[in-house]
Design a protein around this ligand. Structure first.
Ligand code: NOJ
Ligand code: CA
Length: 706
């Protein structure tokens, strides 16, 4: 009997094994098993995915696909040809950053799809699942029936399961410089969004938000939606469906074309990302966005050193001086016709004052805006092509003398290229402009893209401009130039691949406090920014305003934080270029708080986020690279609160000389913003400190190891 059954058993086992071989792997789990992504094809052959976090579904089955020009949509009739999974784990080093070592640990699922209909087009979808979130992208492999592709819309859906508390800015195609709103997901109403930015250029074409958009759930789950590796593609906004509680990609378009992205197959889209954590602090610590980018492609960037900088900048925003000199265009040439108004800020003499001050105060850089001809016609003019040239200084600015003087004092001049969004002029002159910088030993440029994009019909966040920003940075690297763009495209972690992309604006910066008719940035602004915009990458916010009310310049404007909070921002808001933005005379009048700016690091070995709630408060500790010093910063919104710092992150057995810069007893962002108490004490790993933050306040601590 037993012999009769043996062959049957073998056949049975063989069938079982071959079935197992064909089992199509359609799910992938994070290394810690908390996150699961499942992929599927529905009855119509439409690709869809689901995400669950700790046993709870956070993204319900959500469709994926594209509308394209000249061909039928790429969104159904698919069959799965093959799936594969792999695990990846590496530790890479940031040349500069919030931390030195970054763990990049994920599990990947790759799904290869093919249409069953006659075109048989191929589309791969790759999911990477990390402990701190997921990323997925579309990969278009080489194939016969798809060569050039004209994407009219991408249909990436995120069907959510809760009416989250959401922190959002509208999906403006030109600027990110809006105040954040906090509403339920279902109450996002961008159509009625009051455009209160003096720089707003675009209506918001759809009921959409820009990313990162961050959400907090009733059980404390935190989600932030964004993208990584935005190269040769359009920026993605997210359309909101209030009834369905869902988000859907809406790519930024152009008035000049009836498609949004043109690409040549093979290519990959940017990663669509969701950071998913149990708390706000973990969102800030997440490295998902940089990890999803390719490793460094430009090699050594040690010619750029992270730095604090001062500059001829705030004085223009206050109206103390001007960018322009008062020239006129005669026969197409900027000419000094004797109409100089005497208010020009970037004079040799004034810049030397900043150089002297910086060199005395451990500040390495000096930014000079308004040094080159063209500022008479930079804003409000329709035709801005050919106005700026990036090499010709105004008559009262001696570039040779200034750079020589700076060098003697151990200071580096930071170049400024305001393109006024005249892209052709800038593109043509980049080589000359960067070569000039190289000649003078300047390694960082702040660029600006104020105004409507020329050519007309293009938008700051569309494919045309994405390529302008990225190509400028890639070209700059050839001249050992690092770029800090204002009015930029959003940060998507490209600093990993091109580490000369150092910082950018892309939010309502400090400048709004100087002149915005709506009263500037409210105290809750930065406690929201830390959990939204900052997840994308470094921010050139330009902190450090000591003269909070500046009544002598603008009676109706002020900074809406305390002085102690301005110090805290050097730690809380990350950038490898950190400005000490106030006027020299305001710092000289306040040597005690200035000591913190002198001491604080700007390049970090480690970062730990000690506590925080989105929109309310946040406390961050960072350890400086190449020293043993730590710095702590904490900021709050319009509410006063007590924060306890547990110093257990410090080295075992070490003692630190701490200086604590905190709000005075009766400090308040509006009533008494400059009241500050500065205390010294020694701190060890076992210490704990409870500190009161005023309304709109904060504290900063320097911990210098003995
Ligand atoms: C806007 C930038 O954000 C600001 O910092 C700069 O001063 C002006 N443009 C002029 O370029
Ligand atoms: Ca700006």
């Amino acid at each position: 009997m037993r012999f009769v059954f043996k062959p049957l058993l073998i056949i049975f086992l063989t069938v079982l094994i071959s079935c197992q071989n064909e089992v199509v792997e359609k799910s992938v789990t994070s290394p810690n098993s908390e996150l699961i992504v499942e992929f599927n094809i529905n009855e119509s052959g439409q690709p869809q995915y689901t995400v669950s976090f700790n046993g709870k579904i956070v993204v319900k089955p959500s469709l994926l696909g594209f509308d394209v020009k000249y061909q039928k949509a790429l969104d159904k009739d698919f069959t799965i040809v093959k799936t594969s999974t792999r695990s990846f784990n590496e530790t890479w080093q940031m040349p500069w950053g919030e931390q030195l070592n970054v763990e990049n640990y994920y599990n990947e699922l790759k799904v290869e799809l093919e249409e069953s209909s006659e075109l048989k087009r191929k589309l791969n979808i790759v999911f990477r699942v990390y402990d701190d979130g997921i990323g997925f992208r579309y990969e278009f492999p080489e194939q016969d029936n798809l060569k050039d592709i004209y994407i009219t819309e991408e249909h990436t859906n995120f069907n959510l399961t809760e009416d989250y508390k959401t922190f959002w800015i509208p999906g403006d195609w030109d600027i990110y410089e809006h105040l954040y709103s906090t509403t339920k997901l279902s109450e996002i109403d961008t159509e009625n969004y009051k455009v209160n930015s003096a720089l707003a250029q675009t209506s918001i074409p759809n009921k959409a938000v820009n990313t990162p958009v961050t959400m907090v759930g009733s059980d404390g789950t935190h989600l932030s939606f964004h993208e990584a590796g935005l190269l040769n593609y359009s920026g993605m906004t997210l359309g909101v469906d209030a009834n369905e509680l869902s988000l859907k990609s809406i790519l930024v378009g152009s008035d000049n074309r009836d498609y949004k992205v043109k690409q040549t197959v093979p290519f990959n889209t940017p990663w669509r990302t969701i950071q998913i954590t149990k708390s706000g602090p973990e969102l800030i610590e997440s490295n998902l966005i940089v990890n999803l980018n390719e490793p460094n492609k430009i090699g050594d960037v040690s010619w750029f050193t992270p730095m604090k900088y001062t500059g001829v900048w705030w004085e223009m925003h206050l109206g103390k001086s001007s960018w322009d000199y008062g020239m006129e265009k005669v026969n197409g040439k900027w000419t000094d016709t004797g109409k100089a108004h005497g208010k020009h800020g970037a004079t040799t003499e004034n810049v030397k004052r900043f150089i002297d001050f910086s060199s005395k105060n451990n500040i390495k850089g000096v930014l000079v805006e308004g040094w080159n001809t063209g500022w008479e016609e930079w804003i409000g003019f329709e035709d801005r092509e050919g106005v700026f040239d990036f090499v010709t200084p105004y008559p009262d600015y001696d570039l040779d003398e200034v750079t020589k003087y700076a060098k003697e004092k151990g200071v580096e001049i930071i170049m400024h290229h305001e393109t006024s969004a005249a892209t052709q002029t800038y593109e043509k002159q980049q080589d000359t402009a960067y070569a000039l910088m190289k000649k003078y030993g300047m390694h960082a440029v702040k660029s600006g893209y104020v105004g409507k994009i020329i050519p007309k019909g293009e938008y700051h966040h569309g494919q045309y401009m994405v390529n302008q920003y990225n190509e400028a940075a890639i070209k700059a690297a050839n001249y050992q130039v690092a770029v800090n763009a204002h009015e930029p495209i959003k940060a998507t972690g490209l600093r990993r691949t091109y580490p000369n992309i150092i910082s950018r604006e892309g939010l309502r910066g400090q400048e709004f406090n100087a002149w915005s008719p709506d009263g500037g940035n409210p105290p809750e602004h930065l406690p929201i920014v830390a959990f939204t915009r900052m997840l994308a990458g470094p921010i050139d916010f330009t902190p450090g305003i000591f003269n909070i009310k500046f009544d002598e310049y603008r009676k109706t404007n002020q900074v809406n934080t305390t002085l102690a909070q301005q110090l805290a921002l050097y730690v809380v808001i990350y950038s490898p270029m950190q400005m000490a933005a106030d006027l020299v005379e305001h710092y000289e009048a306040n040597p005690e708080p200035l000591q913190f700016i002198k001491d604080v690091g700007v390049d970090w070995e480690k970062t730990t986020v000690l506590n925080g709630e989105v929109g309310d408060f946040v406390t961050i500790a960072r350890k400086e690279r190449n020293t043993e010093n730590w710095f702590v910063g904490s900021i709050t919104d319009e509410n006063s609160r007590e924060i306890t710092v547990d110093f257990k992150f410090l080295d075992e057995g070490a003692t630190y000389n701490a200086v604590i810069y905190k709000d005075g007893n009766d400090a308040h962002w509006n009533d008494n913003p400059t009241a500050i108490d500065i205390e010294k004490q020694t701190i060890t790993k076992d210490s704990k400190l409870t500190i009161k933050l005023a309304e709109g306040g904060g504290f900063a601590i320097s911990l210098l190891k003995q």
